[in-house]
Design a protein around this ligand. Structure first.
Ligand SMILES: C[S@@+](CC[C@H](N)C(=O)[O-])C[C@H]1O[C@@H](n2cnc3c(N)ncnc32)[C@H](O)[C@@H]1O
Length: 319
């Protein structure tokens, strides 16, 4: 997995653990959405450059995600002569741009390990309790259910947990069965732009650390879908939004709420080994995190060291 001890000792904090053949893990719809998003760092040209000399199985797999009318051009791009260095560069760029999606799809257990430690501020749920208690809610981009279980704990009568990654859905389903919650949380495969729910069927549509302004992670089409499934008089709530999306959300009529904190919020890991593993993989761009852990020798890191806004805010919109 990720960086070995020797790479950390030699000062190299991060190696993307994924291989180009790992792209086989995505289904055609996901790959198609990632390529179609105009903001995405992954262009079809970059992808084609990365796919020189890969297995025919991977080429066939990717071809299914390329729109019919672009396939001929994509085939030609695959034939362009490139040096091995250019291919390596393209692969590394591709794998870095798909890092989080690969984590969700290929190594969902590692994502679960991270989210166990990233606890959401209790005040968020207290503050939105009236939109949860006795309500039917949607958790869109539910992942392995970090927020879904909280919505239930705060009184939701039914949670529809929609998530595209089969691996995260598997973890979520197991947790639901282990906790005997099959009649309360309903997991389903789906995406923001095509929610598997009827019109106006939920009181509150929530998305925690998942909906963004980017089309492949929500955007205009995702917001339309959230509106479609929420009953008039209900709410859409975006929990722990990305800072860069605040303006977009405000421009779309959302109101911002940030909970006050008395003391610094931390990511709490299961063990020191888990903290090191997660730091090397998820926060590798920031050497301060590993240095902090090595000095503190405790399985926790303040969000300020990670350089992330802590999970204590949300945006809401009345439908
Ligand atoms: C940072 S994780 C958050 C997961 C979960 N809500 C939580 O708080 O732990 C982002 C989630 O959004 C999901 N996701 C990515 N693109 C999506 C899309 N287009 N529609 C729905 N979910 C998406 C990912 O698979 C991943 O589970």
């Amino acid at each position: 997995m990720a960086s070995s001890d020797s790479s950390a000792q030699s000062g190299v904090l991060f190696e993307n653990p994924f291989h180009i053949e790992d792209l086989q893990v995505f289904d055609a719809e996901t790959m198609h959405n990632m390529l179609a998003c105009s903001h995405a760092q992954l262009s079809s040209r970059l992808l084609a450059d990365s796919l020189h000399n890969v297995s025919p199985v991977l080429i066939t797999h990717i071809m299914q995600a390329i729109p019919q009318e672009q396939r001929e051009q994509f085939r030609q791009e695959l034939q362009q002569p490139l040096s091995s260095q250019e291919i390596e560069q393209a692969r590394s760029q591709t794998l870095n741009s798909l890092f989080w999606e690969l984590i969700y799809w290929k190594t969902p257990d590692l994502y679960e390990e991270l989210t166990v430690g990233e606890r959401l501020h209790e005040g968020i749920f207290q503050s939105i309790q009236s939109d949860l208690a006795g309500k039917i809610v949607l958790d869109a981009g539910a992942g392995s259910g970090r927020a879904s279980f909280e919505y239930l704990r705060y009184g939701a009568t039914r949670v529809h947990a929609v998530e595209p990654s089969p691996g995260l859905l598997r973890i979520l389903r197991k947790k639901i069965i282990d906790r005997g919650l099959e009649r309360s949380i309903f997991p389903a495969a789906g995406r923001f732009n095509k929610l598997p729910l009827a019109d106006h069927c939920v009181d509150t549509a929530l998305s925690c650390s998942a909906f963004t302004a980017l089309e492949d992670q929500g955007g205009e089409s995702g917001l339309l879908e959230l509106r479609r499934v929420t009953r008039p008089g209900g709410k859409i709530i975006i929990v722990w939004p990305r800072t860069e999306d605040h303006q977009w959300l405000a421009a779309h009529g959302f109101q911002y709420v940030s909970l006050p904190i008395q003391e610094e919020m931390y990511v709490h890991f299961r063990s020191f080994e888990s903290a090191l593993r997660c730091a090397r993989l998820f926060y590798a761009h920031n050497p301060d995190v590993l240095h902090y852990l090595q000095k503190a020798q405790k399985p926790e890191i303040p969000f300020s060291i990670i350089g992330m806004n802590p999970p204590r805010d949300y945006f809401w919109l009345a439908v």
